[in-house]
Design a protein around this ligand. Structure first.
Ligand SMILES: Cc1ncc(COP(=O)(O)O)c(C=O)c1O
Length: 394
């Protein structure tokens, strides 16, 4: 292991984030002295339970929710599955799911499996997106039927950062008596969220996207929403999720949510300015480059840029020589040479979709890092284009 934080220019925060030092500090006692089981009757365990409920309050506060609406899970993927499967179990007579063509594999694969592994017992409508990655609300309204068990639409897209009108879409679902789930894994901590007055029944959050550790998440379940657990076992989480709590990570997630609330203004001003500077600098210096996704309805930290006629993987390898970390497509789908399903759904031409790079910033990025990337990228792209059979200086 030779690459350290200090030498890395980390612009891959939609893949995962650094655990904040304050979060590590909050967690440490629960990895050492405070090892009691929060379910135990004794005071030693009881004080751990107090820390878990303190974290629940911190998370609820960030979301504008009540603590009893928060259920701890192991990750965003578990939260997504739990919400969708619960809806199918509480309304067994309903066989229809509405989602989008641009969901993360956590929802996308589950929906595919629900169709194929059940012999097409379930029907899935995948809403289209336009060239900017936006949904059409008329198509959505027409898709909502009495047979629809649940709608699952991400709050913000992990690859492009495009933000979806989930408040409005949840209201429309409610009017038709349909449950609404949002995968807010990329949105929480980056844009303000207040669930109190919204018709959202379920919301998924993942710790490692907002400076908490990997392996912890939550599912928000609106008070009054019928729920059937995914993981059964002990009576933890009021019977909503069996399994002894991942106490240190839960405490870390609570602290991370508190920090996210404190940093929200900075995320939407300084981080956004850095992102905009990076984007403007790269577009000005590199011909045939373009931003993918709606320019304004977008997370403040994300920029997905296509450099035509080059391979994203090759760009990443060259960036890696300078310890610049970013992604091509989402981390979960890279490894295959297929262009991202998100960019394909947006109709981005193959020559551009293949050369797309996602830069995703955090409050820990600096202006010097932005300048460094703007300085290095033009040469990287130019040298790769010189080797490309498709590039003729056009
Ligand atoms: C939008 C979205 N949903 C779900 C997930 C999965 O979260 P986790 O890694 O915690 O399972 C991710 C992770 O990349 C994501 O970006």
């Amino acid at each position: 292991m030779s690459i350290t934080n200090d030498s890395v220019v980390y612009m891959d925060n939609n893949a995962t984030t650094m655990v904040a030092p304050e979060v590590v500090e909050a967690m440490m006692p629960f990895l050492s002295n405070f090892y009691g089981n929060p379910s135990s009757m004794h005071t030693f365990g009881g004080q751990v339970e107090e820390a878990v409920s303190g974290a629940r309050k911190q998370i609820a506060y960030l979301l504008g929710a009540s603590p009893e609406e928060i259920t701890f899970t192991s990750c965003g993927t578990e939260s997504d599955s739990t919400a969708i499967l619960s809806a199918l179990r509480t309304s067994p007579e309903k066989r229809h799911i509405i989602t989008t063509r641009v969901e993360h594999p956590a929802v996308k694969s589950l929906c595919e499996n629900l169709e194929t592994l059940t012999g097409h017992k379930y029907r899935v409508t995948r809403l289209k997106v336009d060239a900017e990655g936006m949904l059409n609300l008329a198509e959505y309204e027409a898709a909502l039927t009495e047979d629809t068990a649940i709608v699952s639409i991400m709050w913000a897209n992990n690859e492009t950062g495009v933000i979806y009108p989930v408040e409005k879409m949840a209201e429309m679902a409610k009017q038709k008596g349909v449950l609404f789930h949002t995968d807010a894994v990329q949105a929480v901590g980056k844009i303000p969220i207040n669930l109190e007055k919204l018709d959202i029944d379920f919301l998924s959050l993942s710790g490692h996207k907002l400076h908490a550790p990997k392996g912890v998440g939550i599912l928000y379940i609106k008070r009054g929403t019928h729920f059937v657990p995914f993981m059964t076992g002990g009576h933890q989480e009021h019977g909503r999720r069996g399994g002894t709590e991942n106490v240190s990570s839960i405490v870390g997630l609570g602290k991370a949510c508190e920090l996210a609330g404190d940093n929200m203004d900075q995320e939407n001003t300084r981080v956004k300015q850095l992102r905009d500077k990076l984007e403007a600098g790269l577009l000005a210096a590199i011909p045939k480059s373009m931003v993918n996704g709606h320019i304004t309805s977008r997370l403040p930290n994300t920029s997905n840029i296509s450099f035509e006629y080059v391979e994203g993987e090759a760009i990443l390898l060259h960036m890696d020589r300078y310890n610049i970390c970013a992604s091509s497509g989402s981390a979960c789908t890279s490894g295959s040479l297929e262009p991202s399903h998100v960019l394909r759904a947006m109709g981005v031409p193959f020559t551009a979709a293949h050369g797309s790079i996602r830069f995703s910033l955090s409050v820990y990025n600096t202006e010097e890092e932005i300048d460094f990337v703007i300085e290095k990228m033009p040469d990287i792209i130019e040298s790769l284009r010189e080797m490309s059979p498709f590039w003729e200086g056009n």
